[in-house]
Design a protein around this ligand. Structure first.
Ligand code: ZN
Length: 228
């Protein structure tokens, strides 16, 4: 069986009813990006940022994984350690579908990061009331998500997996946000075949060996069935 890295983005979660984070007008649900997704915005108005992510965290309880998430969990059962899912999404839909080998390069809604002691803490409650860190007691918890100007998580592990991959598949990503948008060239340069599965051609679609366009909930199960 081939070694496979699958990159997933907002498109796969959109079909479960999670709104695409970035609207066409450059706002995130009515907020300027720099207000809710930057360290400076958090320093300026932490209550606003907490409310924004608290709402998104709560909304997770009303959504379920779709056929694309389930197909990737099926593929993991077949490939084991030879499959790695790298996701730009901060929801937990891959895990709820049964995937266990998932890297959240942009962090997770169900985690808090303490700016006091640096620990990452599984988190399901609101943060807007500035609860104390269970480890150090400081009221320095922030959403454990990667904001603009911050370095995505686990980049060395991701690059290592891309170097070893026989196949790189990009699912539901715009191809516009780096460093993820550069994974296709990196994987191809290391010898992997590359495939795009996206609703519409992404910004980087020409860089893939093959591109199929349509709903992830249709294309991903088809691709997994053919691979198996
Ligand atoms: Zn702490």
């Amino acid at each position: 069986m081939p070694r496979v890295v699958v990159l997933t983005g907002a498109g796969i979660s959109a079909e479960s009813g999670i709104p695409t984070f970035r609207d066409a007008d450059g706002l995130w649900e009515g907020h300027a990006v720099e207000d809710v997704a930057s360290p400076e915005g958090f320093d300026r108005e932490p209550g606003l940022v907490h409310r924004f992510y608290d709402l998104r965290r709560k909304a997770l309880t009303g959504v379920t994984p779709n056929a694309a998430h389930h197909a990737l969990a099926d593929l993991e059962r077949a490939l084991g350690d030879d499959l790695l899912v790298v996701t730009q999404n901060i929801d937990d839909l891959h895990e709820r579908a049964g995937s266990t080998r998932v890297l959240h390069m942009h962090g997770e809604l169900l985690s808090a990061l303490c700016r006091g002691c640096g620990r990452r803490i599984p988190w399901t409650e609101d943060l807007v009331d500035f609860p104390p860190c269970p480890h150090c007691g400081m009221t320095e918890l922030r959403p454990d998500v990667v904001w603009f100007g911050e370095i995505p998580y686990q980049m060395e592990r991701i690059q290592g997996a891309l170097r070893r991959a026989d196949l790189f598949v990009s699912v539901g990503t715009s191809g516009a946000v780096y460093p993820a948008a550069g994974f296709v060239q990196y994987a191809a340069g290391c010898g992997a075949r590359t495939l795009e599965l996206n609703l519409v051609p992404s910004a980087g679609t020409a860089m893939f060996d093959e591109a199929r366009h349509g709903a992830a909930s249709v294309l991903v199960p088809q691709w997994v069935a053919a691979l198996r």
